[in-house]
Design a protein around this ligand. Sequence first.
Ligand SMILES: Cc1cc2nc3c(=O)[nH]c(=O)nc-3n(C[C@H](O)[C@H](O)[C@H](O)COP(=O)(O)OP(=O)(O)OC[C@H]3O[C@@H](n4cnc5c(N)ncnc54)[C@H](O)[C@@H]3O)c2cc1C
Ligand code: FES
Length: 329
Amino acid sequence: MTVEATVASTGEAFACHPGQTLLMAGLRAGLNLPYECASGACGSCRCKLIDGEVETLWADAPGLSDRDRRRGGTILMCQSRPMTDVRIDVRVREPIGIPRPLSTVATVVSTRPLTPDMMHITLAPADRMAFLPGQFVIVKLDGVGQRAYSMANVDQGGRQLELIVKVKPGGAVSGAFAHRHLVGDRVSVEGPYGGAYYRRDCERPVVGIAGGSGLAPIWSIAQAAAAGYRRDVHLYFGVNGPRDVCFLDEMQRLSTGNSRVKTHLIVRDDAPARTRPGLVGDAVIEDLSDLTGADVYMAGPPPMIDAILGRLVTESRIDSDRVFFDRFC
Ligand SMILES: Cc1cc2nc3c(=O)[nH]c(=O)nc-3n(C[C@H](O)[C@H](O)[C@H](O)COP(=O)(O)OP(=O)(O)OC[C@H]3O[C@@H](n4cnc5c(N)ncnc54)[C@H](O)[C@@H]3O)c2cc1C
Ligand code: FES
């Protein structure tokens, strides 16, 4: 049954169709709701449930604290499906013109290993899913679970989603991609989501910083930025060792013939030829001591993002409103 959600402070109301979370339904209706991971982890989509009932998808989601749970009344919009009309207390910002999310099924077209624990996955959604470079989808595997994965390609008509998945030891969803034969199967996808998308409406230099599978959104952004030939693009991709090296040729091709594009593959231990030894954060700070005027995009494990962000603020003079990142929590 379709129910209605109302934002208490503004009176704005939107329809929630069966199966939709509050976040999905609100974004689909064009409301600029606060969120980050759409996965229950970050807590950015917390809101007060004033009236009505919701079904909670992930009861232990770390986005709610123990205190929130004890006190009650606070929910995560990304993990709540309204069961009745609801009234919520949430701050809605000015609308922005970015693609609205949808739910559809997608066929797994191909899966191929990039490294011993990174896979390249191509999905073909049944309904066109337009997305901006840097955005992500929620992929649901029946009986396994649902997780966020960022697109590594640049959208051309909403027909293809290319993902880079790091296979986590014991991981439910990434493990299924690695160990099950999924080619030809249909999976559910919901999206696009994400606020760390490429800002194309300016000519500011672009600095992309990726760790591990964080390459996916940063590669998408770097390709889009390089294609315009209007901006300086600095791409930094950090991995742990030689076995993790991938995308070396692709990165070289991106910079060949475009003097405005510089790419760096940084390897912490035993850096092989054509790569740079060290840590990705050190390399960025060594090369770019003044990031005033630049747009900085980052993606990867939360400790990496937090450490680099802290250093960029203190050592590289970034414009704090021009840093966009996804923590792969
Ligand atoms: C915005 C964003 C973008 C991401 N993009 C990528 C990407 O491009 N490539 C990539 O490899 N990884 C990406 N990730 C990480 C990815 O979503 C998974 O966390 C990762 O693949 C491990 O999942 P797993 O199922 O294999 O491991 P698991 O250990 O089984 O699960 C990982 C985590 O999922 C969470 N989880 C548990 N239950 C639920 C549930 N019911 N619903 C939702 N989450 C639950 C838990 O926090 C758990 O620690 C991204 C994460 C975010 C937030
Ligand atoms: S957006 Fe809901 S917890 Fe992160």
